[in-house]
Write a protein of this length. Structure first.
Length: 107
């Protein structure tokens, strides 16, 4: 193999590795996105989530309250088991709203 061919292959392999790193958010040092506070634009950075699914997640959260766990995403239209497992390393759930115990005690 000529030296120039070897250099081209090396450069192509390096570019492929960099491209893979760029399209795999959540796999490195990027912290997971909190699905209870993320905007639709932030959710779109998760692999497999486009504008429609991001909007569906935000709409579901606004209608039903915060997610108690990442598994609750299954209740969002368009998110099934396969997509959920692909998303799991890239998302998290902050503290879900807890009922105000002082208000409950007054009743």
């Amino acid at each position: 193999m000529k030296n120039t061919t070897r250099k081209r292959i090396t450069v192509m392999a390096l570019l492929a590795a960099l491209n893979l790193a760029a399209v795999a958010p959540g796999m490195g040092d990027t912290p997971p996105i909190d699905i209870n506070t993320a905007t639709a634009a932030e959710l779109e950075t998760v692999n497999g989530i486009g504008p429609a699914k991001a909007k569906a997640i935000v709409d579901y959260r606004e209608e039903n309250g915060k997610f108690a766990s990442v598994d609750d995403l299954r209740s969002v239209t368009g998110i099934g088991d396969k997509l959920l497992e692909r998303m799991r390393p890239q998302v998290s759930v902050g503290a879900a709203e807890e009922p105000d115990t002082k208000e409950e005690q007054k009743e």
